[in-house]
Design a protein around this ligand. Structure first.
Ligand code: NAD
Length: 490
């Protein structure tokens, strides 16, 4: 811990001195109003830095810069684009430790997970860099009278709006394909965690990305974010965040006919049948809700366990949850760090009372730690029913709700009986059941006998209130590009 704190200090000194400014057309800019807002660490509420609080004039300047830069970036040879994106990935790898330390201090995420998240950001750039040269490829669809040719072109300047959970990795996940497609970008990071988006931007410019291709505007969602979604020169909005914010963005973007891509909330089930490998299922169930502070869209926040194995499974789970190490995010031993912000901490803690009122049992945790910072004990609710709020609402913390079931039909009904449909995790060694169950489970992504393992060519996204559209592989290009058809008479 001491070692990491020492390494963090010069990073904090730098960010405190400069603040987090906007970056527009390769230049630093304070907000035109001169306003800033304070960014605090969830570790001890200490002031980290001031951040530009932008309004519509700043967003307009950034959108203009992205518009001006668009034709040249669109026509930039794709093989050269590939090189720049690989150079960004190299820059991320070179500064991975700095990124991880800054992100932990800014968000409260434990360093053991964050060092991997920074490197995954580099992988996101490499993956889309390699696909950039083929992004425009189309098809040849001849008919008796026409030579039909399709091609793809980048849609234009796009807005990217990201949340505070794993903000660095998620920014790369959205921005890398946009740049690879030939779009220019205005990025509005989350107000609770602005630091690493700024580092990423610096890396991109040092890697040779031309000014204006990628612009950074900080500020509040209802102000800067809203202005971005309403801007007429921004052709599409890639958004990651809460479902209710997605609804607002859809309304805000209606007048300018925005194309939208939404990665939203989840209340994902992990379903454990009595024939499963229970050791592995237990490990995965714990990892998928108690890593990354449970502040993870794909977390399995509902555990559906078959009643024949439930007592023993829950007893072992309870023991494990009570042994999870909560602590300083820069301590390599820490598994759960402080929650991002006081507002979010209060929200998560409010569910302890909700669980009691609804009649669930608090088998582990259910309280904050009695110390400064936004620390909560890893929490396990048992004896829950699916109609309780703790089973229906996204808590977004290290909080798991256990619901027993008797039959496969009941498990399926409970799994699907929520507003969300992002991921599902099914544990069974019965192949026929796995096929039948996954076929009927309402989720965009399902893993059988596995925790969430991301494979970048596969589609990422949710159904129902969990999102619209898919990322990954060619799906990202479908969002950031337009299909164009030309028919030649023969
Ligand atoms: P949020 O919706 O509150 O904020 C996300 C971003 O939207 C922020 O940058 C915010 O400033 C901006 N914003 C807020 N109001 C806006 C408006 N009216 N117009 C434009 N922008 C606006 O979400 P959050 O609390 O930062 O993030 C947590 C949520 O994100 C959770 O619900 C989580 O499940 C979801 N999430 C989903 C995925 C996924 O892939 N499905 C991934 C990560 C996080």
């Amino acid at each position: 811990l001491q070692d990491n704190m020492q390494k963090l200090q010069p990073i904090l000194d730098r960010v405190r001195a400069s603040g987090v400014m906007n970056r527009i057309a390769g230049q630093d800019h304070p907000a035109q109003s001169g306003k800033t807002f304070a960014n605090h660490s969830p570790v001890d509420e200490s002031h980290i830095c001031e951040v530009a609080q932008s309004g519509s004039a700043d967003v307009d300047a950034a959108a203009q810069a992205a518009k001006v830069a668009f034709p040249a970036w669109r026509d930039f040879p794709a093989v050269e684009r590939k090189k720049v994106l690989h150079a960004i990935a190299d820059g991320i790898v070179a500064r991975a430790e700095e990124i991880a330390l800054a992100e932990c201090w800014d968000t409260g995420q434990a360093i053991r997970f964050m060092s991997k998240a920074a490197l995954r950001g580099a992988e996101n750039f490499r993956f889309f860099a390699d696909r950039a040269p083929a992004a425009r490829d189309g098809q040849h669809l001849p008919s008796p009278t026409l030579m039909n040719i399709t091609t793809r072109v980048p849609i234009g300047p796009v807005g990217v709006i990201t949340p505070w959970n794993t903000p660095f990795m998620l920014s790369t996940w959205k921005i890398a394909p946009a740049l690879a497609a030939g779009c220019t970008v205005v990025h509005k990071p989350a107000e609770f965690s602005p630091i690493t988006a700024r580092i990423l931007m610096e890396i991109a410019e040092e890697a040779g990305l031309p000014p204006g291709v990628w612009n950074l505007v900080n500020g509040m969602g209802e102000e800067a974010g809203k202005a971005l979604t309403e801007h007429p020169d921004i052709r599409a909005i890639a958004f990651v965040g809460e479902s209710k914010t997605g609804s607002m963005i859809m309304k805000q973007g209606a007048d300018t006919l925005k194309r939208v891509h939404f990665e939203l909330g989840g209340k994902n089930p992990v379903i454990v049948f009595d024939d499963a490998d229970l050791e592995r299922a237990l490990d995965a169930a714990i990892f998928m809700i108690y890593s990354l502070n449970g502040e993870r869209c794909t977390s399995s926040s509902r555990l559906l366990v078959q009643d024949s194995i439930a007592p023993e499974f829950i007893a072992r789970l309870t023991e494990r949850v009570n042994n999870i190490r909560v602590g300083h995010p820069l301590d390599p031993q820490t598994e759960v760090g402080p929650l991002i912000h006081k507002v979010h901490f209060d929200k998560v803690c409010s569910y302890f009372d909700v669980a009691r009122q609804d009649g669930a049992t608090i088998a582990a945790g259910g309280a904050a730690l009695d110390q400064p910072g936004h620390y909560v004990r890893p929490t396990l609710f048992t004896q829950a029913r699916n109609d309780m709020r703790i089973a229906q609402e996204e808590i977004f913390g290290p909080v798991l709700t256990v619901i027993p079931f008797a039959t496969e039909e009941e498990a399926l009904h409970v799994a699907n009986d929520v507003a969300y449909g992002l991921t599902g995790y099914v544990w069974t060694n019965d192949l026929t059941r796995a096929l039948r169950f996954t076929n009927a489970l309402e989720a965009g992504m399902i893993w059988v006998n596995s925790e969430n393992v991301r494979h970048l060519p596969t589609p990422f996204g949710g159904v129902k209130a969990s999102g619209i559209g898919r990322d990954g592989g060619d799906w990202s290009f479908e969002f950031y590009m337009e299909q164009k058809h030309v028919g030649f008479a023969t």
